[in-house]
Design a protein around this ligand. Structure first.
Ligand code: HEM
Length: 211
């Protein structure tokens, strides 16, 4: 199935970490949506009912936070914004309409991917910081107890960050699947075709050995 000229894009550890983050985040989005309005509470039936969802949601949040921390440790050094990224951002309208000829070449990640990474890292902090007072209002590790005003403010932060993260995820999934065929393969099997790399990440492709 793999062509010898394929390029290794993600290690096994990177892929497992990404999918733990991805699947736990989707679980959190759906159960969070269920808690947000009584009319949506039926969604909890998909995961075993209301009580199960209520117990699992914060623990999945812990799993998501840990996977995000590992992802951060693995990828942060590759996500710095460089001159090529600033040029790419200036041409983002061309990228949006698939006008490839006017999009400056990207490295392993384009500037949009890098900004998505940093946004999710910040949102990850917002979720856990705002989630803990709702989960453990009596306090944890010597911090707290958290009173009504704090819990309610944190609930607002949690909701707003979820709307932001949910919208970003829709764009991320769209770009990683239907918009750019051949991309998902890298995150599933670890490698991409050289032609895909040349088209989407030409500077990275040039750095890899081979034609
Ligand atoms: C659940 C559905 C998801 C799908 C289908 C998906 C798909 C993908 C794919 C195909 C890539 C590789 C892109 C490339 O090779 O250039 C990728 C990369 C990445 N994913 Fe996901 N992902 C999902 C969820 C998530 C979630 C929930 C997060 C973080 C909270 C996340 C964070 C990232 C990051 C930081 C990268 C590297 C930078 C980038 O490509 O944007 N992904 N994802």
């Amino acid at each position: 199935m793999n062509d010898p000229s394929d390029l290794k894009r993600f290690t096994y550890a990177e892929r497992v970490t990404h999918w733990v983050a991805g699947l736990s985040f989707v679980f959190l989005l759906f159960t969070g949506l269920a808690f947000s309005h009584p009319r949506l509470f039926w969604i909890t039936n998909l995961v075993g009912g209301g009580s199960t969802a209520r117990v699992l949601h914060p623990w999945m949040g812990v799993l998501f936070t840990v996977s995000m921390a590992v992802m951060f440790a693995m990828w942060a050094k590759e996500m710095g914004i460089q001159d090529q990224d600033r040029a790419w951002l200036k041409a983002i309208k061309h990228y949006a309409v698939h006008d490839k000829d006017n999009v400056p070449p990207a490295g392993k990640y384009n500037a949009g991917q890098k900004l998505f990474f940093w946004s999710m890292a910040l949102l990850g902090i917002a979720y856990i910081v705002s989630g803990i007072p709702m989960w453990l209002p009596g306090g944890v590790l010597g911090v707290g107890p958290f009173y009504g005003g704090v819990v309610n403010s944190m609930r607002l932060v949690h909701y707003l960050s979820t709307v932001g993260g949910g919208l970003l995820l829709i764009v991320h999934v769209y770009l990683g699947t239907v918009a750019y065929p051949g991309t998902l393969r890298g995150m599933l099997h670890g490698s991409v075709s050289r032609a895909w790399a040349k088209l989407h990440h030409p500077l990275w492709q040039k750095d890899q050995s081979g034609p």
